[in-house]
Design a protein. Structure first.
Length: 268
C-alpha cells in the first residue's frame, strides 16, 4: 500500500515529473483536477475550491469557519483516495494529512528562484516581471497555507525524505529516484500499518467536518483524537448543550466504535 506525497515550488517542474512517475508506477495521481472532479460529492463548489485550495485563511471569523469546513472536505477527499493505496498526493499538505504513517515517501521538488521565474515566463508567455510577482506570491501562499494549517515550515528539509533540485537533476533522473525510493525495504515493510491509521484519520476528519457544520457548537477548537476507531474528545466547550452536540456528532460518524468524553465546560 504505497503512498507518495510530492511538494513542489511553482516553476520547479514538478508537474511533468509527477505525471511520469504516476504513469510508470501505475499509481493514481491525486491533484487539483481529481479533487475538482470529486468536489460535488463532498458539498464543495468550484467557487469554494478557488477560494481555499492551498491558500492561508482570510482571518474573518464567520468566513474562516466556512473556509475551515471546506478545507476539511478537501482533506477528506485526499484521505479517502490515499486509503486505496498506490497513490501520489500532489501538494495540498499531503504528508501532513498522513501523520504517524512511516511508509509514506515524502518528496520535495525545488529549483532556484530566478530559474523558476524564467521557466514560468516561458511557459505562460508572460513578462518576466509578472512571472516574478506570481512565483513570489505562490511561494508565500503555499508557505502560509502549510504554516497555518499544519504549523510546519514549508522549506524545512528535515520534513522530506527526498529533495530534488531540477536545475541539476533531469526529469528522467528525478523519476528514477522516486521510483527507486518507493521500493526501499524500510517503506515496504511498514506499508501494512497504513490502512488502520488512515481509517482513523478519516474518522477524525469526518468528525471535524460534523463539528464545523454544526451550528449548535460555537467553540470549534476542542481536540479530537482517534485510535483504533475509538474517539477521545478533550479540551473545552462553552456549555453542556455544546458538549452533548459534540458527542452526538462523533457517535453518528460511520466506523466509530466508542466515544470517550473528556470535554470540560468553561463558562465565559
Amino acid at each position: 500500500m504505497a503512498i507518495i506525497t510530492i511538494s513542489r515550488q511553482m516553476g520547479s517542474g514538478g508537474i511533468p515529473i509527477v505525471q511520469q512517475v504516476a504513469e510508470e508506477l501505475g499509481y493514481t495521481l491525486v491533484d487539483g483536477d481529481v479533487i475538482k472532479e470529486a468536489a460535488s460529492e463532498y458539498d464543495l463548489t468550484d467557487e469554494a475550491l478557488q477560494q481555499i485550495d492551498e491558500k492561508p485563511p482570510a482571518f474573518v471569523e464567520n468566513l474562516d469557519r466556512q473556509i475551515e469546513l471546506n478545507m476539511n472536505r478537501i482533506q477528506l477527499i485526499v484521505l479517502e483516495m490515499a486509503l486505496k493505496g498506490n497513490v501520489i498526493v500532489y501538494g495540498r499538505g499531503g504528508q501532513d494529512l498522513l501523520p504517524g504513517i512511516s511508509s509514506v515517501l515524502r518528496v520535495r521538488v525545488i529549483a532556484p528562484f530566478e530559474e523558476r521565474i524564467e521557466r514560468w515566463a516561458e511557459r505562460e508567455w508572460i513578462d518576466p516581471d509578472l512571472a516574478r510577482s506570481l512565483v513570489r506570491k505562490s511561494d508565500q501562499q503555499r508557505a502560509g497555507f502549510i504554516k497555518y494549517y499544519f504549523d510546519r515550515d514549508w522549506d524545512d528539509p528535515i520534513e522530506y525524505d527526498l529533495t530534488i533540485n531540477t536545475l541539476r537533476i533531469s526529469n528522467e533522473t528525478a523519476v528514477k529516484l522516486i521510483r527507486d525510493a518507493i521500493q526501499d525495504p524500510y517503506l515496504v515493510e511498514k506499508a501494512h500499518l497504513c490502512k488502520t491509521r488512515i481509517n482513523d484519520l478519516i474518522i477524525q476528519k469526518k468528525i471535524q467536518i460534523a463539528r464545523l457544520a454544526d451550528e449548535r457548537i460555537k467553540d470549534i477548537w476542542f481536540n479530537i483524537e482517534v485510535s483504533d476507531r475509538q474517539v477521545t474528545l478533550s479540551g473545552h466547550v462553552y456549555s453542556d448543550a455544546e458538549r452533548r452536540a459534540a458527542i452526538d456528532d462523533a457517535k453518528q460518524v460511520e466506523g466509530v466504535a466508542k466515544v470517550i468524553d473528556n470535554l470540560k465546560i468553561v463558562h465565559y
